[in-house]
Design a protein around this ligand. Structure first.
Ligand SMILES: N[C@@H](CCC(=O)N[C@@H](CS)C(=O)NCC(=O)O)C(=O)O
Length: 228
């Protein structure tokens, strides 16, 4: 018989895994978290996600689902109590998906370019990242959160930026956002990180920075392939 309850196969520092956890917490859903070692994935993860073999995977009463943005939408639809995550209006909902896709395609790539670059290449990558972040920031105009006055789907989708942008700035020794260049985004970083559901599930800063410092050095020195 299928296992009852909610189980999330993730990884303590993965932005994709964190966004699924934040969504579960926003709905007040009890869940078991399985912290996967991605170099030695559990048989259960491989059984539940044989297609991409990636985390996160949400198993709800034994039924698995992969892809973090799809998981967030599922959580909102499967548990209708509590705060809504997706916008009610169909146009706002479609727009939120559009911006989440923009962030997955453009911002993720721009951030990894900064993560992996040095010298002149780093300078160019920083400029590119600033432009992409400014485009996203436009969506905050006149609002406290991307979702309006309350945290919603797009906030969860791009919430990892509030952790990763300052971390990458420190690791690469660069400034990407400041009060002049991206005032709304910086304000949103603070607001997002101080939300109860988010605050209660953040990776330990020292551990996060140490892991990424090491990973970045390995990528730059060619000991680790980009994106692994
Ligand atoms: N688009 C996927 C990305 C998930 C992803 O890249 N997960 C990484 C960890 S951050 C993973 O499982 N990597 C292991 C692998 O590729 O084998 C999502 O949003 O869920």
């Amino acid at each position: 018989m299928a296992e009852k309850g909610v189980k999330l196969f993730g990884m303590w520092e993965s932005p994709f895994s964190l966004r699924a956890e934040w969504a579960l917490r926003l709905k007040g859903i009890e869940y078991e978290f399985v912290d996967e070692d991605l170099d030695n994935k559990s048989a259960e993860l491989l059984r539940l996600n044989p297609v991409t073999k990636k985390i996160p995977v949400l198993a709800h009463d034994g039924r698995p689902l992969a892809e973090s943005l799809i998981i967030i939408e599922y959580i909102d639809e499967a548990w209708t109590h509590g705060k809504p995550i997706m916008p009610k209006d169909p146009h706002h909902r479609a727009q939120a998906r559009f911006w989440a896709k923009f962030a997955e395609d453009k911002i993720l790539a721009a951030i990894f370019a900064v993560y992996c670059a040095t010298g002149e290449e780093l300078k160019r990558a920083v400029e590119e990242m600033q432009v992409e972040l400014r485009t996203l920031e436009g969506e905050l105009e006149g609002k406290s959160f991307f979702g309006g006055e309350e945290i919603g789907y797009l906030d969860l989708a791009v919430g990892w930026l509030a952790l990763w942008v300052p971390m990458i700035e420190e690791l690469a020794g660069v400034t990407v956002v400041n009060r002049e260049s991206h005032p709304l985004l910086l304000e949103w970083f603070e607001k997002f990180l101080s939300e109860e559901v988010v605050k209660g599930r953040l990776p330990a800063k020292d551990r996060l920075y140490a892991l990424n410092r090491d990973r970045r050095e390995q990528i730059i020195s060619g000991r680790l392939a980009y994106g692994k």
